[in-house]
Design a protein around this ligand. Structure first.
Ligand code: NAD
Ligand code: TYD
Length: 340
């Protein structure tokens, strides 16, 4: 099979490319990524010379480019990770989220419709369901929970989901959608909470915690997410949505304190800062459907996954120090400059 993975130079897409290239040597994995600030080819170093891997630089919202690529490659499967993914950035620049997350998705869907496809999979998020109150631990997001978004980011992702499902209903396109909770693990860009706290704590810098740190996120180790997507693409029912999560809820303050303890750093580094506007209170996934229908089970709990993650950041300082210093943006030039 020929599989186009979009956004494969980002955090989850990068981990997914590693997983797929190693697990399915008979499949061809084409990583299509625009290399925005969040795309980092240094993440792909472990697979860049694999015979079943290829990188293509391009924009999922560039219709002419996407149609040409599909014409040349005739992919069997498209898995769309490419997105603007940071809520805080969506608050200052909503339009780039509409362009990539909505128009990029419809462009890919149109190409799939034109050239034919065995499966289009949309990597979505639990944030499309909005948030849950902090005082109702009995409530969880199921696939039936109404979409009720809070941020420009989640609104763009919900919109994309609706287009994906509409292309199934209207044109019969074979699609699936997965909605996962917050991920963490290797190659996570240090603007997001967990890698930000690890990298700043290691440098003895102040750790910004929004509001009182009482917001709750449901954390999933990234390879558990990758395995779930692989399963949905291969065994999931066309036209269906699958929630992905492992019941690992923590308040932000608990997360930060766990990291500080593991690194032997003082809690005095914590600095409570002005809250994010519209800050979602709690996310919590009910994963019953993917567990019962597809037999998925996460391998890691938060306690085992966070230890593995911290170890990775300690052993791969060069990767995140390059990001913080801006060095990583030169990788494409060094690697591809003479070949283009
Ligand atoms: P990321 O920001 O780390 O990576 C996004 C990647 O997409 C980058 O490599 C970037 O260069 C690429 N990209 C951006 N715009 C593009 C465009 N127009 N054309 C081609 N490539 C483009 O994001 P992530 O955290 O890895 O998230 C991946 C997907 O998973 C997103 O769709 C996100 O909504 C979803 N998701 C993320 C989480 C999470 O916790 N990070 C949880 C659930 C779902
Ligand atoms: P983030 O990693 O941005 O993911 P999301 O907003 O998509 O869940 O943030 C996770 C939680 O951590 C969220 O409640 C906001 C909070 N947060 C902070 O308290 N400080 C920070 O510096 C960041 C980036 C996030």
């Amino acid at each position: 099979m020929k599989i186009i993975v979009t956004g494969g130079a980002g955090f989850i897409g990068g981990n997914f490319v590693h997983y797929m290239v190693n697990k399915y040597p008979e499949d061809m994995i084409i990583n299509l990524d625009l290399l925005t600030y969040a795309g980092n080819l240094e993440t792909l170093k472990p697979v860049e010379n694999a015979p079943n891997y290829k990188f293509v630089k391009g924009d999922i919202a560039d219709r002419a480019f996407i149609f040409k690529l599909f014409e040349e490659e005739k992919p069997d499967v498209v898995i769309n990770f490419a997105a603007e993914s940071h809520v805080d950035r969506s608050i200052t620049d909503p339009e780039s989220f509409v362009r990539t997350n909505v128009m990029g998705t419809t462009t890919l869907l149109d190409a799939c419709r034109t050239y034919g496809i065995k499966r289009y999979h949309q990597v979505s998020t639990d944030e499309v369901y909005g948030d849950l109150p902090l005082d109702r631990p009995d409530l969880f997001f199921t696939e039936e929970t109404p979409l009720h978004t809070s941020s420009p980011y989640s609104s763009s992702k919900a919109s994309a989901d609706l287009f994906v499902l509409a292309y199934h209903r209207t044109y019969g396109l074979p699609v699936t959608v997965s909605r996962c909770s917050n991920n963490y693990g290797p190659y996570h860009f240090p603007e997001k909470l967990i890698p930000l706290i690890i990298s700043r704590a290691l440098n003895d810098e102040e750790l910004p915690v929004y509001g009182k740190g009482e917001n709750v996120r449901d954390w999933l180790y990234v390879t558990d997410h990758c395995k779930a997507i692989d399963l949905v693409v291969r065994k999931g029912k066309v036209g269906e949505v699958y929630n992905i999560g492992g019941h690992n809820e923590r308040t932000n303050l608990e997360v930060v304190k766990t990291i500080l303890k593991a690194l032997n750093k003082p809690e005095s580094l914590i600095k409570f800062v002005t809250d994010r506007p519209g800050h979602d209170r709690r996310y919590a996934i009910d994963p019953t459907k993917i567990e019962t229908e597809l037999g998925w089970k996460p391998e890691y709990t938060f306690d085992t996954g966070i230890v593995k993650t911290i170890e990775w950041y300690l052993n791969n300082k060069e990767w995140w120090e390059h990001i913080i210093s801006g060095e990583y943006t030169k990788y494409f030039e060094n690697m591809y400059g003479e070949r283009l």
